[in-house]
Design a protein around this ligand. Sequence first.
Ligand code: NAD
Length: 270
Amino acid sequence: MDLGLKGKTAVVTGGGGAICGEIAKGLSEEGARVAVWDLDFQAAKKKVESLAAEPDDALAVECDVLDKKSVERAAEQTIGHFGTVDILINGAGGSRKEATTSPDLDFFDIGTEALSWVVSLNYLSAVIPSQVIGRLFAKKKAGVILNISSVAGFRPLTRSIGYCNGKAATNSFTQWLAVHMAQNYSPEIRVNAVAPGFILTEQNRFLLQDRETGQFTERGEKIVGFVPMARLGRPEEVVGAALWAVSERAGFVTGAVISVDGGFSAYSGV
Ligand code: NAD
């Protein structure tokens, strides 16, 4: 099935990372031109160099998505290179142990600075680029925004208060912005999210799997017990839903948050 992405220009924030790196690769394989925006410029550059794209069809940009000036500079650089943007994928996100309860950190003692940092990283990371690129979409009366949320945004997971609350805000923002753009600027501007479940990446592998034996840790075991498909996901398994959501094939889909989670969010545990 042709997704109609050939020749489209996409910005992928957090594209130097595991999941959005795979999404950038998928877009490039579909013939889209891709700008990889990341706080870690070396990671963005490495990703761009790994794409089989023509050199002019992929661009690495250093950008802090939480800093509006930095986002405006990244947008200028990207539009200067490609001429326009058609697709924005807001993928930068993550957590920090200071906004997560543990035997050493009670809910009562979590600092508001750490909490607002993590909420911002998962919420304003979608809002700020959507303001900057959304203004262009409003002028063009067309464009697609896709936020990378998490199943943790539907139902909170134990311990990670900042992350879960931030992703819940992203889900609400996705629905809010979909309505706002369609009603105020153009019904041809769509806003959706994908909500991955537990995806095994180099960053969380040590929490979920024993490096030597490949056996699940206690937390990994518990998680998999709540996934009807009885396994963790792979970063490349998020790509299909993301590419479909930003393609013309999803032309009537806006305000949707699509789970990619092996059934985790459908399972009550009984
Ligand atoms: P990752 O850490 O591999 O990638 C995140 C990327 O974002 C990194 O390259 C990092 O440098 C970049 N980044 C961080 N802060 C930034 C900022 N301020 N400005 C620009 N770039 C910044 O993480 P991942 O596991 O690939 O996750 C990607 C997205 O998917 C995140 O939003 C994450 O919350 C979400 N997610 C991940 C999982 C999972 O199991 N890995 C599950 C659900 C949702």
